[in-house]
Ligand binder design. Structure first.
Ligand SMILES: Cc1ncc(COP(=O)(O)O)c(C=O)c1O
Length: 443
């Protein structure tokens, strides 16, 4: 039984969303900088397991069953940034499968814990937030390795056409129905790109004039679930020729708008929802008759540890995990390690005389804004991705810099852990450097 009017179901799977049971479409009023254009958010946490990914988890499993490449004996394995894992493990519980999820230890603790709580066999690995394409020890490599073993099957959300198909069959028809075919713009954040590709195809078939826009974060971001342009290489579902425009949204802007959505619109949206909305503000024209629908993939409840990092006014030390506190103590104590730090004056001299490698561990927008000339950008969150930029000779003098000398300490420790023996963190960072009147580069 699946009775949407009385909300009675004989299985939780009956709550999976489609045209008969669409996720809500809610108009935004207070944060929208438009006079004419209407903007609606599609609230995907109304899916039974809390995110947009429930749609693809269900469709990928059903598709594999129909094509008889999945049977009850098999174990599912899937590298995930969290939400797909949650959808897959809950549907697996209901349909008698088990799930193994190799994932990055950078994923918010809340998500890793809930995946275990739901019953997934979670394998934590050193990897970037969104599993990195080439990371040999990363989540994707581990999943590929496991998928080779007998009894395992990988549905692979990054190349499985049943991913966009889920949105072609459900999200697209829902939006068309809910807007009486009046929708003019569809905007979504880019992760695997299943949402934008599937929904976009359906809506353009209905009305080729509908604009389909993609929003991505900047390099070095920490918005779970979405991918920077470099990270999008990894997904085979990224089809920019099917979209009208792409736009990049800065990390902090996404977290700031996320706060406003929760406080001013009373919508419990997560960071990637706010990122997509910020992109919509940049791409959707403020004209009469414009009706834009923006995908809100999940809510804020899983991101306490992320928002605390970007909205320090919310934080309390208690929120920091044991591991984070240990890391902070490690970095703090390292500050007094003889030879690990250097003041800007001697650093400037060293650069003038012996041309050391200068590694800048800040975010790209900070680096673009002002930097030490010749510095190499290696955002702290993704240093492991950039190690091939470093010289092989472990004796090479390296100076690590950030804005004030905090992140550069972690960067110096990281390079030390790779065996580099002549690494120093510049105290005071680019701020002190500029204050000394030393030459800087911009743009
Ligand atoms: C929180 C969040 N936002 C956005 C997305 C992007 O959706 P898609 O993979 O369909 O592009 C994901 C995908 O995992 C997600 O988990």
């Amino acid at each position: 039984m699946r009775d949407h009017r009385r909300r009675v179901y004989d299985s939780v799977l009956g709550l999976l969303c489609d045209e008969e049971n669409p996720t809500p479409l809610v108009r935004l009023n207070r944060v929208v900088p438009f006079e004419h254009a209407q903007v609606y958010a599609k609230l995907e946490w109304y899916n039974p397991f809390g995110s947009v990914k429930d749609r693809i988890a269900s469709n990928m499993i059903v598709d594999a069953e129909v094509r008889e490449i999945l049977d009850a004996e098999q174990k599912l394995v899937e590298p995930t940034s969290g939400n797909t894992g949650m959808g897959l493990v809950m549907i697996s519980n209901a349909r008698g499968y088990s799930l193994t999820t190799p994932l990055s230890s950078a994923i918010p603790l809340e998500k890793r814990t809930m995946l275990r709580f739901f019953g997934a066999d979670v394998i934590e690995l050193e990897d970037t937030l969104c599993p990195a394409p080439g990371a040999p020890e990363g989540a994707i490599a581990k999943a590929n390795e496991l998928a080779e073993a007998p009894g395992f099957h990988m549905l692979n959300q990054y190349r499985n056409e049943a991913n966009p198909e889920a949105h072609y069959k459900t999200t697209g028809p829902e939006i068309w129905l809910q807007t009486d075919g009046e929708v003019t713009h569809f905007v979504a954040g880019l992760g695997t790109c299943g949402t934008i590709t599937g929904t976009g195809r359906f809506l353009k078939e209905k009305n080729p004039a509908i604009k389909v826009h993609g929003v991505h974060p900047q390099e070095g971001h920490d918005i779970p679930g979405v991918r920077s342009i470099r990270q999008l290489q990894q997904t085979e579902l990224f089809r920019p020729d099917e979209y009208d425009e792409l736009v990049e949204v800065a990390n902090q802007r996404a977290f700031d708008l996320c706060l406003r959505l929760n406080r001013e619109e009373s919508i419990i949206a997560g960071p990637s929802s706010a990122m997509a909305l910020a992109g919509a503000f940049d791409l959707v024209p403020d004209e009469p008759g414009v009706l834009a629908v923006v995908m809100f993939p999940d809510n804020a409840f899983k991101y306490a540890s992320s928002v605390v990092r970007h909205l320090p006014q919310l934080g309390s030390t208690a929120a920091l995990s044991q591991r984070e506190r240990m890391m902070d103590a490690l970095v703090e104590n390292a500050r007094d390690t003889p030879g690990l730090t250097i003041e800007v004056g001697p650093a400037h001299e060293l650069i003038e005389t012996s041309n050391p490698v200068v590694v800048d561990v800040r975010e790209p927008d900070e680096y673009t804004n002002v930097r030490i000339p010749g510095g190499v950008l290696m955002p702290l969150q993704e240093m492991s991705d950039y190690v091939d930029l470093l010289p092989d000779d472990r004796e090479t003098p390296i100076l690590v810099v950030c804005g004030s000398g905090v992140r550069s300490l972690s960067g110096a420790l990281f390079l030390g852990s790779l065996g580099y023996r002549n690494v120093r963190s510049i105290n005071g960072g680019t701020t002190a450097w500029a204050e000394q009147g030393f030459e800087v580069a911009r743009g």
